[in-house]
Write a protein that binds this ligand. Structure first.
Ligand code: PEP
Ligand code: MN
Length: 361
């Protein structure tokens, strides 16, 4: 449930509500909206719910107490209707601009990273990607350069001014990756690694959470809830394809997940057509599709000589293909931005109390 404070509620009244919530063994999370403060009550309420709601409603400065119908609370639009906008260096994610995250699957050398970084920056990328710790299906495949790659990424940031994103695979790597990178990526295989989610929830870096390849949208948002409830509100969602019976593509890109996520949550949504398709020539059409359905940005793998790449050779674009992709995507994004309207109003009613069909799924 969340407590809606009156417009102009005093600091003391807000503190009073929070200490009451703490006294019940629950955790208060406040959201400062454009007009008023809303405080979510997070924790296992059980049978006390109604009684506590009635009590909170009588406190000074409280306007109403409202249930949150979704299992995800802090990430839901009900609690936080405005879009979350994330700023990292000069990049702004979720404000209606097109975020373009580009770079190699794996950082293979300083030269390979710098050549790619310079080219994607010149073409208009806003974030540089590059894998340092690689989750590989085979233990015999290239596992990434690790900390050496993190150093190259930091140098590439100095060189280009672009914020860098890289994957963190286990809790023991969180501090070192957060020291070098601007955005931490949680890969598809780790979407439900709850101790890792909690740990990235405690660092002062935005986190991009890739959807598990076997995860429902609800499970994905519950995973995001782990990060936000651990103290990190800056979460970016990334649809990177789910596993279906189709074998021509590496995964199946779930385009419906983009407007659906925008309806259910205030977090920005990025699409990754590289991992979703696994095929270079399918990256451009699916990137276009992602932008057309309202994605806040696109992540693509780019390599100076993709055929020689040490990982994901078949899906990486070369530098000219990335320039072509940008030239195509930017005008399409200009055309579609603003057409989607308010995600709260365009979907079915948010269903406070469970009246929405969406809440059943
Ligand atoms: C990646 O982006 O480098 C990656 C491994 O992606 P995913 O976790 O989506 O497979
Ligand atoms: Mn890859």
């Amino acid at each position: 449930m969340f407590v809606v404070m009156t417009v102009g509620a005093s600091e003391a009244e807000v503190l009073g509500v929070k200490s009451h919530i703490l006294g019940e063994g629950m955790t208060p999370f406040d959201h400062v909206g454009p007009e008023r403060i809303v405080i979510a009550v997070v924790g296992e309420l059980g049978a006390r719910k109604q009684e506590l709601a009635t009590r909170l409603a009588t406190l000074a400065g409280v306007e109403t107490v409202t249930p949150i119908s979704r299992p995800f609370k802090l990430t839901s639009r009900e609690f936080h209707p405005e879009d979350t906008v994330i700023r990292v260096l000069d990049a702004v994610i979720g404000d209606g601009s097109l975020t373009m995250m580009a770079g190699p699957c794996s950082v293979e050398s300083r030269d390979q990273l710098f050549e790619t970084a310079d080219a994607v920056k010149a073409a208009g990328a806003t974030v540089l990607r590059g894998g340092a710790f690689k989750p590989r299906t085979s233990p015999y495949a290239f596992q990434g350069l690790g900390v050496e790659a993190l150093r190259y990424l930091a140098e590439a940031r100095e060189r280009t001014g672009l914020p860098v994103i890289t994957e963190v695979m286990e809790p023991s790597q969180v501090d070192i990756v957060a020291e070098y990178a601007d955005i931490l990526q949680i890969g598809t295989r780790n979407m439900q690694n709850y101790s890792l989610l909690r740990d990235v929830g405690r660092v002062a870096r935005p986190v991009m959470l890739k959807r598990g390849y076997g995860a429902t949208v609800k499970e994905w948002l519950m995973a995001a809830e782990y990060i936000v409830s651990s103290g990190n509100p800056n979460v970016i969602l990334c649809e990177r394809g789910i596993r279906t019976f189709e074998t021509y593509t590496r995964n199946t890109m779930d385009l419906a997940a983009v407007p659906l996520a925008h309806h259910l949550t205030h977090l920005p949504v990025i699409v990754d057509p590289s991992h979703a398709t696994g095929k270079r020539w399918l990256v451009k059409p699916l990137a276009l599709g992602g932008v057309a359905v309202g994605a806040d940005g696109v992540m693509v793998e780019v390599h100076p000589t993709p055929d020689q790449a040490l990982s994901d050779a078949e899906q990486q674009l070369d530098l000219a293909q990335f320039r072509d992709l940008m030239a195509t995507l930017v005008p399409v994004h200009e055309l579609v931005r603003g057409l989607h309207g308010d995600p709260v109003l365009t979907g079915p009613a948010l269903g406070i109390g469970g009246s929405s069909g969406l809440s059943k799924h």
